[in-house]
Design a protein around this ligand. Structure first.
Ligand SMILES: Cc1cc2nc3c(=O)[nH]c(=O)nc-3n(C[C@H](O)[C@H](O)[C@H](O)COP(=O)(O)OP(=O)(O)OC[C@H]3O[C@@H](n4cnc5c(N)ncnc54)[C@H](O)[C@@H]3O)c2cc1C
Length: 405
C-alpha cells in the first residue's frame, strides 16, 4: 500500500499541468498515466496544433513552463470569422485588449514535451506510468485505487484523488457521477498546410456548408487546419490524395491566403460533447476533459482545463495553509463553485456555435450574417467574447495573473 496526499489520475496536458502546479508544496503526490510520454508526444510535421488563450500563456508562465513552450509558439494577432456564401464577418484584434497577442498556436507535442520534462524533473512526484487505474474504493478517510502496472497489481491510497482521465473518465463513473453525452455526428480532420501568401498571424474561423473550418498561424508560414465535416463524409475526405484534398479545402476556404500549396498527413478526430453533472465529491475533483469535453470549433477545451488547474491548485494551497483537509467536500466545493460559471459559459457558447453553423436551415444563413455583423459593430459583445476566449472573463486565479500561489 502506497500512501499519498494527492493522486492525479491522467497525465495528459491537464493532469500534468496540475502536477507542476502542486509540486514543491510539501505534498506527497502521485500521477498515474496509462500511456508512456514517448508514445504520447511523437514528433512530426502533422501533429495537432493547440490554440492557447492569452490566459493560458499566463498560467504556463506562473508554472515556469512558458520559457520552454515559447520557442514553439506562434502568436495570434487577429481572428477573422466569416460564413462562406454569406456577407457577415467579424474580427477580433489584440490591440482592442492592449496585449501582445490574443493567443498562441503551439504543437501539442511541444506542450507535452515541456510538461513531461517538468514532471520527470520533480523529485517530489511519483510517476506511475505506464499504469492504469482499474477500480476505486471509497472510505471515510480516503480513497484506495487499484492499479494494473503492466500485469503487476498495486494499491495506492490518498486523501484526495483528481480525475484528469479524459472524456471516458473511470473515476467519474466509479464515483457514480452522471454525465450528458452527445455525438455531434461530425469529425475534425486535422492537418497542416502551407499557403502561398503570408498568414500575418491571423487565425481564420470560417463556417462552410460542410462545417466549421479553422486555419491557425504556425511557424514557417504554415497553417494548422481543423476542418469539421459530417462523420459519414470523413472517410472519403481522408482517402483523397493531397492535390484533391487541397482543392476541396481551397473551394471552402477561398483565396484569402492565396493558393493552398502543400499539406501534411491527416488525422481524424470524431467529435462529441461530454459534460459531467458534478465536478466534485468528498475526496474527488474532476478537471479537464473528464468534466467537459467540447467541440473544437472555438479551440477552448484545453484552455478551460488549464483554468481548472489554476483554480484547483489555488484552492488546495490556501486550504493547506489554513490547516484544512484538502479532500474535504467543504474545500472542494470552493473549486466547484468557482469553476461553475466558466464551464457553463464556454460549454453553451461552443455547443451553440457548433450547432448553429451546421444546421441545414437556409434562413439561418441570413440570421448568422446579421449576428456576425452586429457582433462586429457592438463593442460590449465583442469585448465579452474576446475576454472569454482569452480566458479573462471570470474571476481570474492567481496563476493566470502571474502571481505565485
Ligand atoms: C481536433 C481537436 C482540436 C483541438 N484544439 C484545441 C485548441 O486549439 N485549443 C484548446 O484549448 N483545446 C483544443 N482541443 C481540446 C484539447 O485537446 C483537450 O481539451 C485536452 O487535450 C484535454 O486534456 P486532458 O488532459 O483533460 O484529457 P486527455 O488528453 O484525454 O488525457 C487523459 C489522460 O488520462 C489517461 N487515462 C485515462 N484513463 C486512465 C486510467 N484509468 N488510468 C490511467 N490513466 C488514464 C489517458 O491515457 C490520457 O493520457 C482540441 C481537441 C480536438 C479533438
Amino acid at each position: 500500500m502506497h500512501q499519498y496526499d494527492v493522486i492525479i489520475v491522467g497525465g495528459g496536458m491537464v493532469g500534468a499541468s496540475l502536477v507542476c502546479a502542486l509540486a514543491g508544496r510539501n505534498l506527497r503526490i502521485a500521477m498515474v498515466e496509462a500511456v508512456q510520454p514517448e508514445v504520447r508526444t511523437g514528433a512530426g510535421y502533422d501533429d495537432r496544433a493547440i490554440a492557447l488563450a492569452y490566459g493560458t500563456r499566463q498560467i504556463f508562465t506562473g508554472l515556469h513552463l512558458w520559457e520552454q513552450i515559447a520557442p514553439a509558439a506562434t502568436p495570434i494577432h487577429r481572428i477573422h470569422i466569416s460564413d462562406r456564401g454569406h456577407f457577415g464577418m467579424a474580427r477580433m484584434d489584440r490591440r482592442e485588449e492592449g496585449l501582445p497577442a490574443i493567443g498562441y498556436v503551439v504543437p501539442a507535442r511541444d506542450i507535452g514535451a515541456a510538461l513531461s520534462a517538468a514532471v520527470a524533473a520533480t523529485a517530489a512526484v511519483d510517476s506511475w506510468c505506464p499504469a492504469t487505474v482499474t477500480s476505486v474504493q471509497q472510505a471515510d478517510d480516503g480513497v484506495q485505487l487499484q492499479l494494473d502496472c503492466g500485469g503487476t497489481a498495486e494499491t495506492l491510497k490518498t486523501r484526495l484523488v483528481v480525475a484528469a482521465d479524459g472524456a471516458d473518465s473511470l473515476l467519474r463513473e466509479q464515483f457514480g457521477i452522471g454525465h450528458v453525452e452527445r455525438d455531434y455526428g461530425q469529425t475534425a480532420i486535422v492537418t497542416n498546410i502551407s499557403p502561398q501568401l503570408p498568414h500575418n498571424n491571423i487565425a481564420y474561423e470560417r463556417f462552410t456548408d460542410s462545417g466549421p473550418m479553422a486555419l491557425l498561424p504556425m511557424s514557417d508560414n504554415r497553417c494548422a487546419v481543423v476542418w469539421t465535416v459530417a462523420t459519414d463524409e470523413a472517410g472519403a475526405i481522408m482517402a483523397l490524395d493531397d492535390a484533391a484534398f487541397l482543392a476541396q479545402l481551397q473551394a471552402r476556404f477561398g483565396y484569402r491566403l492565396g493558393r493552398l500549396q502543400k499539406t501534411g498527413r491527416r488525422q481524424a478526430w470524431p467529435l462529441r460533447l461530454v459534460q459531467a453533472k458534478e465536478s466534485v465529491r468528498e475526496r474527488l475533483a474532476l478537471i479537464g476533459n473528464a468534466v467537459h469535453t467540447l467541440h473544437p470549433v472555438a479551440g477552448q477545451g484545453f484552455n478551460l482545463g488549464a483554468r481548472d488547474v489554476a483554480v484547483l491548485a489555488e484552492v488546495l494551497v490556501d486550504a493547506l495553509r489554513a490547516g484544512e483537509d484538502p479532500g474535504s467536500l467543504a474545500v472542494l466545493n470552493r473549486y466547484g463553485e468557482w469553476r461553475h460559471r466558466d464551464h457553463q459559459n464556454v460549454m453553451v457558447f461552443t455547443d451553440g456555435l457548433a450547432r448553429l453553423f451546421t444546421l441545414p436551415v437556409p434562413a439561418l444563413g441570413l440570421a448568422r450574417s446579421a449576428g456576425m455583423l452586429a457582433f462586429d459593430l457592438l463593442p460590449p459583445a465583442k469585448r465579452w467574447l474576446t475576454r472569454m476566449t482569452m480566458g479573462r472573463a471570470e474571476r481570474t486565479p492567481k496563476l493566470a495573473r502571474g502571481v505565485p500561489l
